[in-house]
Ligand binder design. Structure first.
Ligand SMILES: [Ca+2]
Length: 258
């Protein structure tokens, strides 16, 4: 996969096109949305794939060939989410760590969101690369809230056991904190540095899945839970091996602007 971005300079491109060829029809506004492959000649952005959207919150991350891969810091965060760059086991501009008050029983506070453009509907597994930056226990300061409120399903699975977030009307539900459609997503183990792991259900680790039944835009929401939980990046993947999805050599998702 190559790294391409679409949202760089549509206005400038349009001006240029108009000045060079007044007979040329202006593409409809949704042209790029329907034709993500038409972004090749507009890649004038850095390797991080972030084009010059007016606001970070305007980013739309595009799924390609069953993979979404995003640097977690590429979103709009409130003040107590801190961007850090210590250590070497991260990528992109750094990682984000929640340094505000713990939100152990109350999801939905200090939220951020990622807009995802799905081209290949189906069931995706979610994983993030996270670390414990407070204390020396792998079972504290090790989780953050996650919700896919507009996806067609959001569940966790371990073998034949499938559980849904609380307050979705679906059962059963995991042991441990869950509320208002949010899962607590944790990493475990006393190897506290960044690693790829995302589970829910206390002492019975279930993997995390989300279902997008149609092409289109979906919102992934994050909210603060444990202070000192640091997140570097995340992936959503289907029909590709996990080791390929998380490989450092696998490109980040392309970005366009809202
Ligand atoms: Ca990062």
């Amino acid at each position: 996969m190559t790294l391409m971005t679409a949202c760089s300079e549509d206005a400038l491109d349009k001006e240029l096109e108009d000045s060079l060829d007044t007979d040329k029809m202006t593409p409809p506004e949704d042209y790029m949305a329907d034709n993500p492959s038409n972004t090749n000649e507009k890649d004038e952005n850095g390797k991080d794939g972030l084009a010059s959207c007016q606001n970070v919150s305007d980013y739309i991350f595009q799924e390609i060939d069953g993979l979404i891969k995003i640097e977690f810091e590429n979103a709009e965060f409130s003040d107590n989410w801190k961007l850090k760059t210590d250590g070497t086991n991260f990528s992109g501009k750094g990682y984000m760590v929640w340094e505000g008050a713990q939100q152990l029983g109350q999801p939905g506070n200090e939220k951020t969101a990622f807009t995802l453009q799905i081209e290949h509907p189906g069931t995706y597994q979610f994983l993030w690369k996270s670390a414990v930056k407070t204390g020396d226990s792998g079972s504290d300061h090790n989780d953050t809230w996650l919700r896919f409120g507009d996806a067609d399903d959001f569940y966790a699975q371990k073998g034949n056991s499938v559980v849904y977030p609380m307050d979705t009307g679906k059962s059963s539900n995991p042991d441990g904190a869950s509320k208002d459609g949010w899962f607590k997503i944790y990493r475990s183990g006393n190897d506290l540095d960044f690693k790829w792991q995302a589970k829910t259900f206390d002492n019975n680790a279930h993997d995390i899945f989300v279902v997008f039944e149609n092409k289109g835009l979906y919102t992934m929401e994050i909210s603060a839970r444990s202070s000192g939980h640091a997140i570097d990046k995340f992936v959503l993947f289907k029909d590709i091996p996990q080791e390929d999805a998380i490989a450092d050599t696998t490109d980040l998702s392309e970005v366009r602007c809202q």
